[in-house]
Design a protein. Structure first.
Length: 140
């Protein structure tokens, strides 16, 4: 934590981290920790999202990029992409589909932060001068 503070990082970017950060850590970097999650939050926080989607026979799945807060995948949503779950789709196929989408949306959103197009004001997400309550939907 001290090294990150010394370096004055703009953001801490998580991908595949698979751990809950401690409250002390999160409180020390408010609005600076970004995560990508393989579901349409707030549905299916945590692990085994693809399995849950198939078990519940969901017709839509997706990816969410969000700010990290002290809860489990509960921070403000920055953006998301929805995909159709095909009939007979297997968990591995769904996981591969979601990985491709993750590789599209995460760099896109991070670039928009770098370009100054996304800002965080009072825990609200502003993208291209528009405030989004539950994140912006991105399309492929």
């Amino acid at each position: 934590m001290e090294i990150i503070k010394q370096e004055r990082v703009d953001f801490i970017i998580l991908a595949g981290f698979m751990r809950v950060l401690g409250s002390d850590f999160v409180r020390n970097f408010p609005k600076k920790i970004i995560n990508i999650h393989p579901s349409l939050l707030p549905k299916y926080p945590g692990l085994n999202t693809h399995k849950k989607v198939l078990e519940n026979e969901d017709k839509v799945h997706g990816v969410t990029v969000h700010l990290v807060d002290e809860g489990l995948d509960s921070g403000p949503i920055i953006g998301f992409i929805k995909v159709k779950v095909e009939d007979g789709e297997k968990e591995d196929d769904l996981e591969n589909k979601i990985h491709k989408i993750e590789h599209y949306i995460y760099p896109k959103i991070l670039s928009q932060f770098q370009e100054g197009r996304i800002s965080i004001i009072d825990n609200k997400i502003k993208i291209d001068n528009v405030f989004y309550k539950n994140g912006k939907e991105y399309f492929i």
